[in-house]
Write a protein that binds this ligand. Structure first.
Ligand code: PGA
Length: 266
């Protein structure tokens, strides 16, 4: 059976001192972090502190993004070698808050795309992370318009195929995927557990056709979008949902600990 993963995405919240306080509070909760693979992705400035705070534990420290070039004139970017140097275990790639559609900026009618991440840039970042030994957490998900127009499945498959082009099977074992329907992120609208499970299974079959069934069956596919202690058991009990990428609820130590306890029980 695949191990459950619960990864916290702190987004652009918390100063370093605040991140340290929440992490310490979380550690004092004594959540079952050996039964469940837990991780935290703070903002870049908090990474060093979180890596230090987690030393000696099995909990991963993560980053929320990276750039694909090793170094150079890329003002404001953080490279994968910098993340390796900082001691990062995983890195979120292609989060919907960073994706544009087809690499173009959209009108900011909603939460989305300030940064024009595309399947192509997701692929570049994913390949560099794998080459340097950091686990990519590749995010995919449809917007409300895509869902309403009946394009959910084709969007997910396009993002998986585009994001994972040119990756070999051996490297694929280090991958994680997060299904995050855009309309469910930070909105309080959780995707129905059956439907989330259906899409996670669709992702796994897309992974099987890119790699093979055995490789696909080892890749954790998480759900993200308004995961809370109150809905975690129902979601995580589903056969193809291997845990959660948790935003808002990961900022409250006791809530996150409950979500991890839920993951350890199913
Ligand atoms: P949310 O965010 O849990 O606040 O909906 C999830 C995410 O964006 O990864």
């Amino acid at each position: 059976m695949r191990k459950k993963h619960v990864l916290g995405n702190w987004k652009m919240n918390f100063t370093v001192a605040e991140a340290e306080a929440v992490l310490n509070e979380f550690l004092s909760e004594k959540a079952p972090v050996d039964a469940v693979q837990v991780g935290f992705a703070p903002g870049f400035l908090g990474v060093g502190s979180v890596v230090g705070g987690l030393r000696g534990t099995s909990v991963w420290a993560g980053a929320q993004d990276c750039f694909w070039a090793d170094k150079g004139a890329f003002t404001g970017c953080v490279s994968v070698p910098m993340l390796v140097d900082a001691g990062v275990d995983f890195c979120i790639v292609g989060h919907s808050e960073r994706r544009g559609r087809f690499g173009k900026l959209e009108t900011p009618e909603s939460t989305i795309p300030y940064f024009a991440e595309s399947d192509e840039t997701v692929n570049l970042k994913t390949k560099v992370l794998l080459a340097k030994g950091i686990r990519p957490v590749v995010c995919v998900g449809e917007t409300l318009t895509e869902r309403e127009d009946g394009h959910t499945d084709s969007t997910i498959i396009r993002q998986i195929q585009g994001g994972l082009t040119g990756i070999d099977k051996a490297d694929a074992q280090k991958l994680l995927i997060a299904y995050e329907p855009v309309w469910a992120i930070g909105t309080g609208k959780v995707c129905d557990a059956e439907e989330a499970n259906r899409i996670c299974a669709l992702i796994r079959s897309a992974l099987a056709s890119i790699f093979d069934a055995e490789t696909a069956s080892g890749i954790p596919v998480l759900y993200g979008g308004s995961v809370k202690a109150s809905n975690a058991v129902e979601l995580f009990a589903k056969s193809d949902i291997d845990g959660g990428l948790v935003g808002g609820a990961s900022m409250v130590a006791s809530e996150l600990a409950e979500i991890i306890r839920a993951a350890s029980r199913v």
